[in-house]
Design a protein around this ligand. Structure first.
Ligand SMILES: Nc1ncnc2c1ncn2[C@@H]1O[C@H](COP(=O)(O)OP(=O)(O)OP(=O)(O)O)[C@@H](O)[C@H]1O
Length: 304
């Protein structure tokens, strides 16, 4: 099993006047970890709910495909498809009056690819007692329970919709490590919806950036990160070579400066930078995300 692929065509969801998703043409390749990035209100949760069949689109099409779902098709009201998809939302969607072990049992019964051993290991890692009532868990522990259910479901398409934001940094690190380890063992399609871009960027292979329900860009992380450069070295030289370029961020420590710029650096400039002893590197995903979703830039990018 290497997961499900997703294709959307002209996908649109309207809430009255608001288009939460607006004519989205998207491709998510099977067996990869995708980042679904966007600012607040950009449509991430709406898209996640559509892919998991939790809601129906106003217009357009969704096609889910892969070994686990036979001929594939639309997820809405299609149990053969939705049983292979697990969406974990920030709320966790777990019954609050029950102990943790009931939530685990429920998932075990509902999820055809469920792995009990992994669930047990993760409960221990997050120090979640099976006897504890869910309503008595802290926000972070509720999020951790959601993460345990999501990972142990081993669903061919697993979507975490900001479900780990309530967790503290050490717990989030446990999540990231567990996700990578289990993904290496059982490759599947994972979607991480987040605005904590810098934190998850090392996990991601492909990235989708949304803005106001529209696709700003979709690309492999490496391709995106090559769409600019960071220059590090003596401040005066860095300033001289980056003059007139679109600067995404700058940091200075004593006489040394690191400047990140957007756009292609021509070979001449690269040669000059190297000759001056500057270090050249790719752009951080966080800087790109901020730039691409700033007022006006998203629309320009979408029409590139
Ligand atoms: N049930 C609803 N009724 C009306 N409007 C809605 C509903 N759900 C979402 N919206 C609107 O659709 C747009 C997209 O919302 P969505 O929750 O999908 O964004 P998001 O990217 O997940 O945001 P956040 O990062 O803040 O969670 C927003 O303008 C939101 O107000």
């Amino acid at each position: 099993m290497s997961g499900l692929s997703v294709r959307t065509e002209d996908l649109t969801v309207r809430f009255g006047e608001v288009a939460a998703i607006d004519g989205l043409d998207l491709r998510l390749a099977a067996g990869k970890i995708h980042g679904l990035l966007g600012r607040n209100g950009s449509g991430k949760s709406t898209l996640a709910a559509l892919l998991a069949g939790f809601r129906r689109q106003t217009s357009g099409r969704i096609h889910i495909e892969g070994d686990a779902v036979g001929a594939g098709g639309e997820p809405y009201e299609n149990a053969a498809i939705t049983s292979a998809i697990c969406l974990i939302r920030e709320s966790g969607d777990v019954a609050h009056t029950l102990p943790v072990r009931y939530a685990v049992e429920l998932a075990r019964n509902l999820r055809p690819f469920w792995n009990d051993e992994l669930a047990g290991e993760l409960l221990d890692k997050f120090e979640l007692s099976p006897k504890k009532k869910i309503q008595g868990l802290s926000r972070g522990k509720k999020s951790a329970l959601g993460v345990v259910l999501g990972l142990a479901s081993r669903a061919p398409l697993t979507i975490f919709d900001e479900s780990y934001l309530g967790m503290d940094v050490p717990s989030r690190n446990i999540f990231y490590d567990a996700l990578l380890a289990d993904y290496a063992e059982v490759p599947r399609t994972i979607v991480l919806s987040t605005h904590l871009v810098s934190e998850v960027s090392a996990l991601l292979e492909d990235v989708v950036i949304l803005d106001e329900g529209r696709l700003v860009t979709q690309a492999a992380v490496e391709t995106l990160r090559a769409r600019g450069a960071s220059l590090v070295g003596p401040a005066a030289k860095v300033d001289e070579l980056t003059r007139g370029l679109t600067v995404l961020s700058e940091q200075r420590l004593g006489g040394t400066k690191s400047t990140t710029v957007f756009g292609d650096l021509d070979n001449d400039l690269r040669d000059q930078a190297r000759a001056a002893g500057l270090e050249l590197g790719p752009v951080g995903l966080q800087d790109l995300f901020v730039h691409l979703t700033q007022n006006g830039n998203a629309a320009k990018e979408a029409h590139r």
